[in-house]
Design a protein around this ligand. Sequence first.
Ligand SMILES: [Zn+2]
Length: 451
Amino acid sequence: MKLFNTAERKIETLKTIEDGKVRIYTCGPTVYSAPHIGNFASYIYWDLLVRALKAEGYKVTRVLNLTDVGHLASDADDGEDKMEKGAKKEGKTVWEIADFYISKYMNDFHALNLVEPTKICRATDYIKEDMAAVDAMTKNGFTYETSDGIYFDTSKYNNYAKFANLDLENIKAGARVEFNDEKRNASDFAVWKFIKPGENHAMRWDYLGRPGYPGWHLECSTIIDTELGEPIDIHTGGIDHIPVHHTNEIAQTYAISGKKLANYWLHCNFINIDGQKISKSLGNIYTIEDLVERGFSPMDFKLWILQGHYQSDRNFTFESLDAAKNRRLNWRNRIALCLQNPGRDCGFTRESLQNVLSAVSNNLNSAEAFAIIDNSKLTYEDWVAIDELFGLNLINDSPDISDVQKALLKERKQAREAKDWQKSDDIRHELELQGITIKDGPTGQIWQYLN
Ligand SMILES: [Zn+2]
């Protein structure tokens, strides 16, 4: 398996810490509003990563976190808390908001047939570990206290700028407008925030003799330490995580234990909608539910995502989703052909399936793999393997027709032989109402799925 490692800025062959085993951590969502299709793009790319590793025989252990606490509206440590904001807007408690959107997120997660992580961790279940982590960072001399929290002193970590190739001078210049003049360096960040007397903040824990809550970067360091142990093999996230969130995760873990956090870092790019950034003000936020309401399967969207590469910018349009839907229908009808002619659609050797696997092993090049699928003759068994690799529900959504339908087909064949065109058309019409259409060709009639 070759992957683009952000830390080394090049494609590298994966070497796992333990032979045949791979440990992965994925930064999950902040659960304060409905996840949209742009959020799910990354989870689809990482689903392919997990499936491809499994196809290569790796035993995958993967942890995903759910940020249900203390994620402020900006990467800086000010602005409104996203959870509090969501709760206020909907007249619910922050705990209700978290539960509600976690169940929404998991519904879509399952609708997209994404492989269930080994463990899904809620940030609020790791508060004790967070406190211990702040203790350790403080003991090791990496933090200082201000009036509003405990901050990480980034000047104490020599490699702070390395991962993201940060220009710290530039950050300093840009930060002059910031109002927090208690920070020693512009890139310093809160590992723990204090709640001021009178401040309305529902999620609060007592630490250092006063109420507060963890800084949002901290949970990933503590969850990885608790559940996987450093270094892990692969850490995944969006490219927006590189300069702040992942940079801070690396710094924290070093400050806590002196350890390296991860050996390989994978980052995916964003998707745009109709050439524009996804934003509330543009009204172009679509959820998986919205796509279903418009007549698409979540699998059509998954296939659309996998037609492109995780490192490229993508532009989502409903026309392109339509094309993905047709491609999937075409593949399902090739499976239907296999069902009708067992062993016949296999003019090729297993070579083409091997080529599909090789394309995916090459930095997850699913676009190339799909082109190979389009141009190869494949057996039913090949399709089963392809479905396992991409998780597109091709086999599940392509059932054989029923005995009653088979009997109708036989009847239609006899009607055509007797030149009873009316009856033949009636049967075709009846089957079309059941989602099956019939094509008459040189080898006789074949059935296909209509949608
Ligand atoms: Zn994270």
